[in-house]
Ligand binder design. Structure first.
Ligand code: FE
Ligand code: FE
Ligand code: ZN
Length: 279
């Protein structure tokens, strides 16, 4: 949800279309840095009359950050930018900040994962008081992006110094583009069995519900409206109906205009699926 005009306005936008969960950026998502939040901005968010109407509100990190960056300047910018965003998310009392793990840029998977692990250690070490966790997102594996295999996220969690500060966000469009089978309710269930075996469902903090414009295994990340893409409705029906996901916040990252009409349609589709019989 857009934070244009101030983060507190995102709450009003979300509630105006009956959202029970909301994901926001904590600043402009295409910029490295921003001036610190003012006391009034934090208060406007925390004390907003409608804040308690949202069962869940959390953050997504900006798209410039690459914890596996090979260039020293790019890496130091990434660490500082992520640290600043964690502080902002913490000031807004958000439970976690979703982050794409990083891109190895040709250095190779193992070198990339090692850089991500040491980057996370450094960021957390510098912010001992921040309660907001990092939610590593499953990715489509576009270019040299890591995180398209559950094993990548598991390796990061297993090797950081403070694993209790990490959780995971699963994006349906990304896992599908990465090659996981979501064609039927059964195959979707199996994908989660695999997730549970490799990462553990107890780490799952959020779901990004997006259909995919691109084919399974394409490794290309293009989001589509629910039911209008290559995933189809069965995977979403399974997720909306499975009791284990009841309390896991689900957000859309599908194309939309200012009036949020597309969000309304997509939420309606998902809520209808929750009422249907399993196939
Ligand atoms: Fe993301
Ligand atoms: Fe996502
Ligand atoms: Zn995506």
């Amino acid at each position: 949800m857009s934070i244009g005009g101030g983060a507190h306005l995102a709450i009003e936008r979300a509630r105006s279309i009956d959202c029970s969960a909301m994901q926001i950026f904590v600043k402009n998502n295409m910029q490295w840095f921003a001036r610190p939040l003012r006391r009034e901005e934090i208060a406007a968010f925390l004390e907003h009359a409608q804040r308690r109407e949202l069962q869940s509100a959390f953050a997504h990190a900006n798209y410039l950050i690459n914890l596996a960056a090979t260039n020293p300047q790019f890496r130091s910018n990434s660490l500082r930018s992520l640290s600043e965003e964690l502080v902002r998310a913490d000031q807004f009392e958000l439970p976690f900040l979703v982050l794409h793990p990083g891109a190895h840029l040709g250095a190779g998977e193992d070198a990339g994962l090692a850089r991500i692990i040491s980057s996370i250690d450094r960021v957390f070490a510098g912010l001992p008081k921040v309660k907001t966790r990092l939610a590593l997102e499953t990715t489509a594996g576009q270019g040299s992006c890591l995180g398209e295999r559950f094993e990548h996220l598991a390796a990061i969690i297993a090797n950081v110094r403070e694993p209790e500060r990490l959780c995971v966000c699963l994006d349906t469009a990304h896992v599908f583009a990465a090659g996981y089978d979501l064609a039927t309710e059964k195959s979707t269930r199996n994908m989660f069995v695999e997730f549970d075996r490799v990462i553990g469902l107890d780490r799952l903090a959020a779901l990004h519900l997006n259909d995919s414009k691109t084919a399974r295994g394409s490794r290309v990340d293009r989001h589509e409206h629910i039911g209008k893409g290559k995933i189809g409705l069965d995977a979403f029906r399974f997720i909306m109906r499975d009791r284990r996901f009841r309390k896991i916040p689900k957000v859309l990252e599908t194309p939309k205009g200012k009036d949020l009409a597309e969000d309304v349609v997509n939420m309606k589709t998902l809520r209808k699926l929750a009422e249907q019989k399993p196939r």
